[in-house]
Structures are given as C-alpha cells and as structure tokens.
Design a protein around this ligand. Structure first.
Ligand SMILES: [Zn+2]
Length: 282
C-alpha cells in the first residue's frame, strides 16, 4: 500500500514538474549519421533529415515545444521544411502537428489520422494529409526515406522510418531504449506484434545501422537485439505462468527476474509491464 501511494505521489510530482518545465525545456541536437540528426527534449525523439533541398521531420513532440523544435532544425540547416512524418498518433510524437501543418504536409499510417480525428478536442490542421496502408518512400535531395507500417505493435498505426543513404533507423515507439516498452493495448497494440515488429526491423536493416529510438539515447543494433531478447523472455515467462494457472497478482509478485528488473522506469514499471503482458496473453 505504501509503495503504491508513494508511486502515485512520484507520478503526480513528475507530471507537475514536466508541465512547469515544458516552457524552459531545452531541445538538444545530435548528429545520428550523414544528414540525419536527433532532436531530444521532453516527449518522443525527433529525427531530422537536413539537406540543401530542404528538411524532413520525423515526429514533433508536444505543442508548447513547436517553435523550439523549429529553431533547432534551422540551426542544423536553414532550409524550408518539406515533409513531416508521424510514427504513430500519441501526443508526445504529434503534439506540434498543428504548427508544422502550415509549413509542410504530414505523412502517417491511415490509423494515425483515424485515431487523431476521433479525439474530441482535435484540430483539423493537426491531421496527417497523406496517409498510407503499408508504407511510402519519400525522396529528398539524394536521400531515400522509407516509411514502413507494421501491424499491431505499440499501436495499430506504427511506422518505422529508414534513411537509406545515411543508414539511420527511427523506430518510433517500437523501441524504448530507456527500459520496458509501452504497449498500448487500448490503441490496437499487442506484445507479440511488438516483438514481431522489433524482429522485422532487425531483419530489414544493416548490422551497422544507427538507431534513433522513440525514447532514450542514440544507439545501435546490439541494444535493439538485447531489447528483442528481453521482450521474448518476458512473453515466454508470463505465458508459462498463465499456462500453469497463475493469476495476475501471482505473476506480479514473482517479478520479471534479476536479469531484467533494472529496466523498470517511471512510466513503465516492472509491475505495469507484467500487467500488460498478462492482459494481452491471458
Ligand atoms: Zn507512443
């Protein structure tokens, strides 16, 4: 009980802090490889392709950060924004859509548009204007930007983005470098689909690919392989427990085990990860 209320208090504090500090938040810029950069700050990681012919933006964090994102992009390359991509519909990846929609067309899987437009307070300008079912390739300068949809992983509208020339992968939230993943079961996500999506990205990118995860630091294929192993381990462990007739509380009490318990973090604790697995696998 104490642990629960302490956790709730911590959650409340961090929400207040993030609302308060949004205006003061810094957006930092780091080169991933070639013409592709990562913009970090509150919310999902942004990918920027910066060329002489213009810019392409992958995800756009929260609305209050829009101008800062634009400034950070212009520092990299002072050229017009040509295209925006949404990796999925969550607000920490699409919050600045309205701002950027006045500058460039937004591309996303069709379910992103459907889910955003079903939000009561949505703005028409925030919606992607180019939608696809399976994927689309955008050519900008001499870069080939491949957008690929994978079914039912983090949500039902996930896209991963591969910059072929630069050899950079933006995973969207199909990779949380910070710890256990968020699988949004209420928005069409699934843990087995999530693992399949991670494996798909591993199989379809070179070994030396540079990775921009949805959350966390710039990384490489080894960490994505470890992430896939952890998800497989989690699915197997919880499936076995459920087959043996264990309840949710017994699965939570047993824990994920020593090897992976350090991957518990503020948003997806070990308990939340285990409960997600039980809810989806039972
Ligand atoms: Zn997300």
């Amino acid at each position: 009980m104490f642990k629960k209320s302490l956790m709730a208090l911590t959650m409340m504090l961090s929400i207040n802090v993030s609302a308060q500090t949004m205006a003061d938040a810094d957006i930092t810029v780091q080169q991933a490889a070639g013409d592709v950069y990562m913009l970090k700050g509150p919310g999902g990681n942004i990918g920027v392709l910066a060329t002489d012919k213009g810019l392409l933006l992958v995800d756009d964090k929260f609305a209050p950060l829009a101008e800062k994102i634009e400034t950070a992009m212009m520092v990299v390359e002072d050229k017009p924004l040509k295209y925006v991509v949404n990796t999925h519909y969550h607000g920490d990846h699409t919050g600045s859509n309205k701002f950027f929609s006045h500058k460039a067309p937004i591309f996303a899987h069709e379910n992103v548009r459907t889910r955003l437009s079903s939000k009561k307070d949505h703005h028409a300008e925030s919606l992607p204007v180019v939608t696809y079912k399976e994927g689309i390739t955008i050519h900008l300068d001499n870069e080939e930007v491949q957008l690929t949809h994978l079914p039912s992983g983090h949500t039902d509208g996930d896209t991963y983005v591969y910059f072929k020339k630069a050899n950079v992968l933006h995973t969207g939230d199909l990779f949380f470098e910070v710890g256990f993943p968020y699988v949004d079961l209420k928005s069409g996500g699934s843990v087995k689909g999530y693992l399949a999506a991670v494996n798909h990205m591993l199989e379809n990118t070179p070994d030396d690919v540079i990775i921009i995860p949805g959350h966390g630091k710039l990384t490489n294929k080894k960490s994505l392989i470890d992430f896939a192993k952890m998800i497989k381990f989690s699915i197997d462990k919880v499936s076995q427990a459920l087959a043996a007739g264990k309840s949710e509380s017994e699965v939570v009490a047993a824990g994920i085990g020593e090897k992976y318990q350090h991957l518990s973090w503020a948003f997806i604790t070990e308990e939340k990860w285990l409960k997600t697995l039980v809810a989806d696998l039972k």
